[in-house]
Design a protein around this ligand. Structure first.
Ligand code: PMP
Length: 412
Protein backbone atom coordinates (compact mmCIF):
# COMPACT_ATOMS: atom_id res chain seq x y z
CA UNK A 1 0.00 0.00 0.00
CA UNK A 2 1.47 3.36 -1.10
CA UNK A 3 1.67 5.55 2.01
CA UNK A 4 2.28 9.12 0.88
CA UNK A 5 2.50 10.51 4.43
CA UNK A 6 5.22 7.99 5.23
CA UNK A 7 7.06 8.98 2.02
CA UNK A 8 6.88 12.68 2.90
CA UNK A 9 8.72 12.11 6.17
CA UNK A 10 11.81 11.14 4.18
CA UNK A 11 12.07 14.54 2.44
CA UNK A 12 13.58 17.21 4.71
CA UNK A 13 12.78 20.04 2.28
CA UNK A 14 9.04 19.40 2.59
CA UNK A 15 9.23 20.84 6.11
CA UNK A 16 10.10 24.25 4.63
CA UNK A 17 7.74 27.17 4.75
CA UNK A 18 7.68 29.79 1.98
CA UNK A 19 6.17 33.14 3.06
CA UNK A 20 4.90 31.21 6.09
CA UNK A 21 2.98 28.76 3.87
CA UNK A 22 3.93 25.08 3.72
CA UNK A 23 5.96 24.33 0.61
CA UNK A 24 4.03 22.63 -2.18
CA UNK A 25 6.44 21.38 -4.81
CA UNK A 26 4.70 20.84 -8.17
CA UNK A 27 7.75 21.34 -10.43
CA UNK A 28 8.86 17.73 -10.53
CA UNK A 29 9.21 17.55 -14.30
CA UNK A 30 12.03 20.11 -13.93
CA UNK A 31 13.76 18.38 -11.01
CA UNK A 32 12.71 16.37 -7.96
CA UNK A 33 13.44 16.71 -4.25
CA UNK A 34 15.82 14.33 -2.47
CA UNK A 35 14.99 11.90 0.33
CA UNK A 36 17.21 11.55 3.38
CA UNK A 37 18.40 8.16 2.06
CA UNK A 38 19.96 9.85 -1.00
CA UNK A 39 21.44 12.70 1.07
CA UNK A 40 22.91 10.10 3.45
CA UNK A 41 24.42 8.10 0.58
CA UNK A 42 26.19 11.24 -0.72
CA UNK A 43 27.48 12.17 2.70
CA UNK A 44 28.58 8.61 3.48
CA UNK A 45 30.52 8.47 0.23
CA UNK A 46 32.50 11.65 0.94
CA UNK A 47 32.87 10.97 4.66
CA UNK A 48 34.01 7.36 4.35
CA UNK A 49 34.89 6.15 0.87
CA UNK A 50 36.08 9.07 -1.27
CA UNK A 51 38.78 8.19 -3.77
CA UNK A 52 39.15 8.22 -7.55
CA UNK A 53 37.86 5.21 -9.47
CA UNK A 54 39.74 2.60 -11.53
CA UNK A 55 43.08 4.21 -10.78
CA UNK A 56 44.89 3.31 -7.62
CA UNK A 57 45.46 0.12 -5.66
CA UNK A 58 44.76 1.77 -2.31
CA UNK A 59 41.72 0.91 -0.19
CA UNK A 60 39.71 4.09 -0.78
CA UNK A 61 40.12 3.87 -4.55
CA UNK A 62 39.00 0.23 -4.42
CA UNK A 63 35.97 1.12 -2.30
CA UNK A 64 35.02 4.03 -4.56
CA UNK A 65 35.39 1.79 -7.62
CA UNK A 66 33.28 -0.95 -6.06
CA UNK A 67 30.53 1.53 -5.13
CA UNK A 68 30.61 3.16 -8.58
CA UNK A 69 30.41 -0.17 -10.41
CA UNK A 70 27.74 -1.46 -8.00
CA UNK A 71 25.71 1.67 -8.88
CA UNK A 72 26.00 0.67 -12.54
CA UNK A 73 24.68 -2.83 -11.71
CA UNK A 74 21.75 -1.37 -9.74
CA UNK A 75 20.91 0.95 -12.63
CA UNK A 76 21.16 -1.82 -15.22
CA UNK A 77 18.80 -4.09 -13.25
CA UNK A 78 16.37 -1.20 -12.71
CA UNK A 79 15.87 -0.73 -16.46
CA UNK A 80 16.09 -4.42 -17.37
CA UNK A 81 19.46 -4.19 -19.13
CA UNK A 82 21.06 -7.60 -19.60
CA UNK A 83 24.56 -6.38 -18.95
CA UNK A 84 25.82 -3.51 -16.79
CA UNK A 85 28.31 -2.66 -19.58
CA UNK A 86 25.27 -1.28 -21.41
CA UNK A 87 24.95 1.52 -18.84
CA UNK A 88 27.09 4.59 -19.52
CA UNK A 89 27.10 7.25 -16.81
CA UNK A 90 26.72 10.74 -18.26
CA UNK A 91 25.62 14.15 -16.96
CA UNK A 92 21.97 13.69 -17.88
CA UNK A 93 19.53 13.13 -20.72
CA UNK A 94 20.98 16.01 -22.72
CA UNK A 95 24.49 14.58 -22.67
CA UNK A 96 23.20 11.06 -23.39
CA UNK A 97 21.43 12.18 -26.58
CA UNK A 98 24.40 14.31 -27.65
CA UNK A 99 26.65 11.29 -27.10
CA UNK A 100 24.55 9.22 -29.51
CA UNK A 101 24.31 12.05 -32.04
CA UNK A 102 28.12 12.48 -32.07
CA UNK A 103 29.43 8.97 -31.46
CA UNK A 104 26.91 7.00 -33.48
CA UNK A 105 25.43 9.74 -35.70
CA UNK A 106 28.38 11.60 -37.13
CA UNK A 107 30.37 8.52 -38.27
CA UNK A 108 27.27 6.74 -39.64
CA UNK A 109 25.09 9.43 -41.20
CA UNK A 110 25.41 10.93 -44.68
CA UNK A 111 23.41 13.05 -47.12
CA UNK A 112 20.13 11.30 -47.95
CA UNK A 113 19.84 9.63 -44.55
CA UNK A 114 16.99 10.61 -42.27
CA UNK A 115 16.56 10.95 -38.50
CA UNK A 116 12.94 10.89 -37.35
CA UNK A 117 11.86 12.82 -34.25
CA UNK A 118 8.50 14.29 -33.25
CA UNK A 119 7.31 17.87 -32.82
CA UNK A 120 6.63 17.21 -29.13
CA UNK A 121 10.32 16.72 -28.29
CA UNK A 122 12.32 18.60 -25.68
CA UNK A 123 14.97 20.76 -27.39
CA UNK A 124 17.59 18.27 -26.23
CA UNK A 125 16.05 15.69 -28.58
CA UNK A 126 15.97 18.14 -31.50
CA UNK A 127 19.07 20.31 -31.41
CA UNK A 128 21.71 17.48 -31.25
CA UNK A 129 20.14 15.95 -34.38
CA UNK A 130 20.08 19.28 -36.20
CA UNK A 131 23.77 19.74 -35.27
CA UNK A 132 24.56 16.24 -36.57
CA UNK A 133 22.59 17.03 -39.75
CA UNK A 134 24.73 20.16 -40.31
CA UNK A 135 27.89 18.08 -40.06
CA UNK A 136 26.75 15.04 -42.07
CA UNK A 137 24.21 16.40 -44.57
CA UNK A 138 21.45 14.07 -43.28
CA UNK A 139 17.89 15.33 -42.80
CA UNK A 140 15.89 15.58 -39.58
CA UNK A 141 12.19 14.83 -40.09
CA UNK A 142 9.44 15.80 -37.67
CA UNK A 143 6.42 13.57 -36.92
CA UNK A 144 3.25 15.59 -36.40
CA UNK A 145 1.45 16.09 -33.12
CA UNK A 146 -2.38 16.38 -32.89
CA UNK A 147 -3.83 19.61 -31.44
CA UNK A 148 -4.47 17.72 -28.17
CA UNK A 149 -0.74 17.00 -27.82
CA UNK A 150 -0.90 13.29 -28.69
CA UNK A 151 1.38 11.89 -31.34
CA UNK A 152 -0.04 11.48 -34.84
CA UNK A 153 1.08 7.86 -34.95
CA UNK A 154 -0.02 7.31 -38.56
CA UNK A 155 2.04 10.31 -39.67
CA UNK A 156 5.04 9.18 -37.59
CA UNK A 157 4.94 5.62 -38.92
CA UNK A 158 4.35 6.92 -42.45
CA UNK A 159 7.59 8.90 -42.28
CA UNK A 160 9.73 5.77 -41.94
CA UNK A 161 11.36 4.78 -45.22
CA UNK A 162 14.54 3.03 -46.38
CA UNK A 163 16.56 6.16 -45.60
CA UNK A 164 15.49 6.35 -41.94
CA UNK A 165 18.50 5.49 -39.82
CA UNK A 166 17.16 6.33 -36.37
CA UNK A 167 13.91 7.37 -34.68
CA UNK A 168 14.23 9.37 -31.48
CA UNK A 169 11.11 9.86 -29.39
CA UNK A 170 10.25 10.82 -25.83
CA UNK A 171 8.31 8.17 -23.93
CA UNK A 172 6.52 10.94 -22.00
CA UNK A 173 6.24 14.57 -23.09
CA UNK A 174 7.65 17.00 -20.54
CA UNK A 175 4.93 19.52 -21.44
CA UNK A 176 1.71 17.51 -21.80
CA UNK A 177 2.55 14.29 -19.95
CA UNK A 178 1.38 12.35 -23.03
CA UNK A 179 2.72 8.78 -23.10
CA UNK A 180 4.01 7.46 -26.42
CA UNK A 181 3.89 3.78 -27.31
CA UNK A 182 7.64 3.51 -27.83
CA UNK A 183 7.53 -0.29 -27.84
CA UNK A 184 5.37 -0.23 -30.96
CA UNK A 185 7.43 2.53 -32.60
CA UNK A 186 10.65 0.56 -31.87
CA UNK A 187 9.15 -2.42 -33.69
CA UNK A 188 8.25 -0.25 -36.69
CA UNK A 189 11.75 1.31 -36.63
CA UNK A 190 13.39 -2.12 -36.65
CA UNK A 191 11.16 -3.31 -39.51
CA UNK A 192 12.62 -0.43 -41.51
CA UNK A 193 16.18 -1.23 -40.45
CA UNK A 194 16.34 1.89 -38.24
CA UNK A 195 17.52 2.22 -34.65
CA UNK A 196 15.30 3.51 -31.85
CA UNK A 197 16.31 6.01 -29.17
CA UNK A 198 13.93 6.74 -26.31
CA UNK A 199 14.14 9.94 -24.30
CA UNK A 200 13.13 8.55 -20.92
CA UNK A 201 13.68 11.74 -18.89
CA UNK A 202 9.99 11.89 -17.93
CA UNK A 203 9.18 8.18 -18.00
CA UNK A 204 11.94 6.31 -16.15
CA UNK A 205 11.26 8.25 -12.88
CA UNK A 206 7.51 7.60 -13.02
CA UNK A 207 6.68 4.18 -14.48
CA UNK A 208 8.16 0.73 -15.00
CA UNK A 209 10.56 0.90 -17.96
CA UNK A 210 12.22 -2.27 -19.21
CA UNK A 211 14.60 -1.96 -22.16
CA UNK A 212 14.40 -5.68 -22.98
CA UNK A 213 10.60 -5.53 -23.17
CA UNK A 214 10.60 -2.28 -25.18
CA UNK A 215 13.48 -3.55 -27.35
CA UNK A 216 14.91 -0.05 -27.79
CA UNK A 217 18.49 0.53 -28.88
CA UNK A 218 19.14 3.60 -26.74
CA UNK A 219 17.49 5.01 -23.60
CA UNK A 220 18.44 8.34 -22.05
CA UNK A 221 17.45 9.62 -18.60
CA UNK A 222 18.50 11.99 -15.80
CA UNK A 223 19.17 11.20 -12.14
CA UNK A 224 17.92 14.52 -10.81
CA UNK A 225 14.38 13.87 -12.07
CA UNK A 226 14.18 10.64 -10.04
CA UNK A 227 15.34 11.71 -6.55
CA UNK A 228 19.04 11.62 -7.46
CA UNK A 229 21.53 14.49 -7.64
CA UNK A 230 22.12 16.77 -10.61
CA UNK A 231 25.07 16.00 -12.88
CA UNK A 232 24.43 12.27 -13.18
CA UNK A 233 22.38 10.53 -15.84
CA UNK A 234 22.37 7.44 -17.97
CA UNK A 235 22.74 6.37 -21.53
CA UNK A 236 21.63 2.78 -22.00
CA UNK A 237 22.71 1.29 -25.33
CA UNK A 238 22.78 -2.26 -26.67
CA UNK A 239 26.30 -3.61 -26.23
CA UNK A 240 27.09 -4.27 -29.92
CA UNK A 241 26.24 -0.63 -30.67
CA UNK A 242 28.51 0.65 -27.91
CA UNK A 243 31.27 -1.59 -29.24
CA UNK A 244 30.95 -0.14 -32.75
CA UNK A 245 30.50 3.49 -31.70
CA UNK A 246 33.36 6.00 -31.68
CA UNK A 247 34.32 7.60 -28.37
CA UNK A 248 32.56 10.84 -27.43
CA UNK A 249 35.30 12.58 -25.49
CA UNK A 250 38.98 11.75 -25.24
CA UNK A 251 41.00 11.54 -22.03
CA UNK A 252 41.90 9.27 -19.17
CA UNK A 253 40.04 5.99 -18.51
CA UNK A 254 38.50 5.76 -21.99
CA UNK A 255 41.69 4.32 -23.48
CA UNK A 256 43.46 1.00 -23.10
CA UNK A 257 46.85 2.15 -24.44
CA UNK A 258 48.39 5.37 -25.66
CA UNK A 259 51.86 5.11 -27.21
CA UNK A 260 53.98 7.88 -28.68
CA UNK A 261 57.01 7.18 -30.82
CA UNK A 262 59.34 10.10 -30.09
CA UNK A 263 61.23 9.62 -33.36
CA UNK A 264 58.26 9.56 -35.74
CA UNK A 265 55.96 11.59 -33.45
CA UNK A 266 53.22 9.09 -34.20
CA UNK A 267 50.65 8.33 -31.55
CA UNK A 268 48.88 4.98 -31.27
CA UNK A 269 45.66 4.71 -29.24
CA UNK A 270 43.43 1.76 -28.46
CA UNK A 271 40.05 2.24 -26.76
CA UNK A 272 38.91 0.79 -23.48
CA UNK A 273 35.85 -1.51 -23.52
CA UNK A 274 32.36 -0.03 -23.16
CA UNK A 275 31.05 1.52 -20.97
CA UNK A 276 34.38 3.07 -19.91
CA UNK A 277 35.20 3.99 -23.53
CA UNK A 278 32.49 6.67 -23.12
CA UNK A 279 33.46 7.90 -19.65
CA UNK A 280 36.57 10.02 -20.23
CA UNK A 281 38.10 11.64 -17.17
CA UNK A 282 36.96 11.41 -13.57
CA UNK A 283 33.24 10.65 -13.60
CA UNK A 284 30.58 11.84 -11.15
CA UNK A 285 31.35 9.00 -8.73
CA UNK A 286 29.33 10.28 -5.80
CA UNK A 287 26.46 11.16 -8.17
CA UNK A 288 26.31 7.57 -9.41
CA UNK A 289 26.38 6.22 -5.85
CA UNK A 290 23.55 8.58 -4.83
CA UNK A 291 21.58 7.68 -7.98
CA UNK A 292 21.76 4.03 -6.93
CA UNK A 293 20.35 5.03 -3.52
CA UNK A 294 17.53 6.88 -5.31
CA UNK A 295 16.80 3.84 -7.47
CA UNK A 296 16.64 1.58 -4.42
CA UNK A 297 14.22 4.04 -2.78
CA UNK A 298 11.97 4.00 -5.87
CA UNK A 299 12.17 0.20 -6.15
CA UNK A 300 11.14 -0.11 -2.53
CA UNK A 301 7.98 1.91 -3.27
CA UNK A 302 7.38 0.06 -6.55
CA UNK A 303 7.29 1.75 -9.96
CA UNK A 304 3.76 0.50 -10.74
CA UNK A 305 2.55 1.91 -7.40
CA UNK A 306 4.26 5.24 -8.11
CA UNK A 307 2.59 5.42 -11.52
CA UNK A 308 -0.80 4.67 -9.95
CA UNK A 309 -0.35 7.31 -7.22
CA UNK A 310 0.49 10.00 -9.77
CA UNK A 311 -2.35 8.93 -12.04
CA UNK A 312 -4.88 9.29 -9.19
CA UNK A 313 -3.51 12.75 -8.35
CA UNK A 314 -3.69 13.83 -11.99
CA UNK A 315 -7.29 12.70 -12.43
CA UNK A 316 -8.24 14.44 -9.19
CA UNK A 317 -6.37 17.64 -10.08
CA UNK A 318 -7.85 17.86 -13.58
CA UNK A 319 -11.40 17.41 -12.19
CA UNK A 320 -10.87 20.04 -9.49
CA UNK A 321 -9.23 22.55 -11.81
CA UNK A 322 -11.93 22.26 -14.48
CA UNK A 323 -14.87 22.34 -12.09
CA UNK A 324 -13.63 25.12 -9.78
CA UNK A 325 -12.00 27.64 -12.07
CA UNK A 326 -13.90 29.21 -14.97
CA UNK A 327 -10.95 31.12 -16.43
CA UNK A 328 -8.62 28.15 -16.32
CA UNK A 329 -7.69 26.21 -19.46
CA UNK A 330 -6.02 22.82 -19.46
CA UNK A 331 -3.83 22.35 -22.52
CA UNK A 332 -3.46 19.03 -24.28
CA UNK A 333 -5.53 15.93 -23.73
CA UNK A 334 -7.50 15.54 -20.49
CA UNK A 335 -7.86 11.79 -21.08
CA UNK A 336 -5.93 10.50 -18.07
CA UNK A 337 -5.40 7.10 -19.72
CA UNK A 338 -3.13 8.78 -22.30
CA UNK A 339 -0.89 10.68 -19.90
CA UNK A 340 0.93 10.79 -16.61
CA UNK A 341 1.27 13.45 -13.93
CA UNK A 342 2.18 16.55 -15.93
CA UNK A 343 -0.48 19.23 -16.49
CA UNK A 344 0.03 22.29 -18.68
CA UNK A 345 -2.53 25.03 -18.12
CA UNK A 346 -3.25 28.74 -18.40
CA UNK A 347 -5.46 31.34 -16.73
CA UNK A 348 -7.31 33.70 -19.05
CA UNK A 349 -5.85 37.21 -19.02
CA UNK A 350 -2.66 36.21 -17.16
CA UNK A 351 0.76 35.24 -18.47
CA UNK A 352 2.20 31.91 -17.35
CA UNK A 353 4.85 33.77 -15.32
CA UNK A 354 2.13 35.79 -13.54
CA UNK A 355 0.38 32.54 -12.64
CA UNK A 356 3.61 30.99 -11.34
CA UNK A 357 4.52 34.10 -9.34
CA UNK A 358 1.07 34.32 -7.77
CA UNK A 359 1.29 30.66 -6.71
CA UNK A 360 4.84 31.17 -5.45
CA UNK A 361 3.57 33.83 -3.02
CA UNK A 362 1.58 31.03 -1.38
CA UNK A 363 4.45 28.54 -1.37
CA UNK A 364 3.39 26.62 -4.50
CA UNK A 365 6.19 25.94 -6.98
CA UNK A 366 5.18 25.36 -10.58
CA UNK A 367 7.01 25.95 -13.87
CA UNK A 368 6.15 28.66 -16.41
CA UNK A 369 7.54 29.27 -19.89
CA UNK A 370 7.90 26.95 -22.82
CA UNK A 371 9.73 24.19 -20.92
CA UNK A 372 12.43 23.74 -23.59
CA UNK A 373 9.74 22.57 -26.01
CA UNK A 374 8.89 25.52 -28.24
CA UNK A 375 7.67 23.44 -31.22
CA UNK A 376 4.97 21.79 -29.09
CA UNK A 377 3.85 25.20 -27.83
CA UNK A 378 3.55 26.25 -31.47
CA UNK A 379 1.19 23.27 -31.99
CA UNK A 380 -0.85 24.51 -29.00
CA UNK A 381 -0.69 28.04 -30.44
CA UNK A 382 0.84 29.31 -27.22
CA UNK A 383 3.96 31.31 -26.40
CA UNK A 384 4.17 29.64 -23.01
CA UNK A 385 2.23 27.65 -20.43
CA UNK A 386 2.06 27.08 -16.69
CA UNK A 387 2.87 23.50 -15.73
CA UNK A 388 2.13 21.52 -12.58
CA UNK A 389 3.88 18.16 -12.33
CA UNK A 390 3.57 15.57 -9.57
CA UNK A 391 5.76 13.04 -7.84
CA UNK A 392 5.66 10.49 -5.05
CA UNK A 393 5.36 13.02 -2.19
CA UNK A 394 2.44 15.06 -3.56
CA UNK A 395 -1.02 14.74 -2.01
CA UNK A 396 -4.67 15.49 -2.75
CA UNK A 397 -4.60 18.04 0.10
CA UNK A 398 -1.85 19.90 -1.78
CA UNK A 399 -3.98 19.81 -4.93
CA UNK A 400 -6.89 21.28 -2.93
CA UNK A 401 -4.73 24.18 -1.73
CA UNK A 402 -3.37 24.71 -5.23
CA UNK A 403 -6.92 24.87 -6.69
CA UNK A 404 -8.06 27.22 -3.91
CA UNK A 405 -5.24 29.64 -4.81
CA UNK A 406 -6.11 29.36 -8.51
CA UNK A 407 -9.70 30.33 -7.66
CA UNK A 408 -8.46 33.36 -5.74
CA UNK A 409 -6.27 34.29 -8.69
CA UNK A 410 -9.33 34.34 -10.94
CA UNK A 411 -10.87 37.14 -8.86
CA UNK A 412 -8.11 39.53 -9.94
N1 PMP B 1 14.07 15.38 -22.31
C1 PMP B 1 12.96 15.61 -21.58
C2 PMP B 1 11.66 15.00 -22.01
C3 PMP B 1 13.05 16.41 -20.45
O1 PMP B 1 11.96 16.66 -19.73
C4 PMP B 1 14.30 16.96 -20.08
C5 PMP B 1 14.43 17.86 -18.86
N2 PMP B 1 13.46 18.84 -18.75
C6 PMP B 1 15.42 16.67 -20.86
C7 PMP B 1 15.26 15.87 -21.96
C8 PMP B 1 16.77 17.20 -20.50
O2 PMP B 1 17.18 16.67 -19.30
P1 PMP B 1 18.49 17.21 -18.57
O3 PMP B 1 18.32 18.71 -18.48
O4 PMP B 1 18.47 16.56 -17.23
O5 PMP B 1 19.66 16.82 -19.40
Amino acid sequence: MFDVQRVREDFPILKRKINSYPLIYFDNAATTQKPQQVLDAERDFYENHNGNVHRAVHTLSQEATDLYEAARETTAKFIGAKNSAEVVFVRGTTEAINLVAYSWGIPNLKAGDEILVSTMEHHSNIVPWELAAKLTGCTVRYGKVHPDGTLDTADFEGKFNKNTKLASLSQVSNVSGVINDVKHIAKVAHEHGALMLVDGAQSVPHMPVDVADLDVDFLAFSGHKMLGPTGIGVLYAKKPLLEQMSPFEGGGEMIRDVTVNQQTERCGISWNDPPWKFEAGTPNICGAVALAAAIKYLQHLGMAEIFQHEKELTVYAMEQMLSCCTKLRLYGTTDASLKCGIMPFGVEGLSSHDVALFLDNYGVMIRSGYHCAQPLHQVFNLASSARASFYIYNTKEEVDRFVKILKEMEQF
